[in-house]
Design a protein around this ligand. Structure first.
Ligand code: ZN
Length: 82
């Protein structure tokens, strides 16, 4: 059951990946991206994190892979810490 009775809640499940190469980002941490954004950025080496309804859950899971995982400012703004 994903829709609320008001019909105003939309839950968008997306595939999330964490970039294996942290050297391409100014904060030098492993960034989490949606599949679409990772593709647009041309990230070659990435690890599949999972299928989540929000980036906060995705980054929490990514931290089990890379302790310094952080959300991308563009596609995961709610989980972005810089
Ligand atoms: Zn991104």
């Amino acid at each position: 059951m994903l829709a609320s009775s008001s019909g105003k809640v939309f839950i968008m499940y997306q595939f999330y990946y964490v970039n294996d190469d942290q050297t391409h980002n100014p904060g030098l941490h492993h960034e989490v991206h949606t599949e679409e954004h990772a593709k647009r950025l041309g990230i070659r080496s990435k690890t599949y994190v999972g299928y989540f309804s929000n980036e906060i859950d995705a980054v929490a899971k990514a931290k089990e892979i890379y302790w310094d995982a952080d959300g991308c400012a563009t596609c995961c703004p709610k989980a972005h810490r810089g």
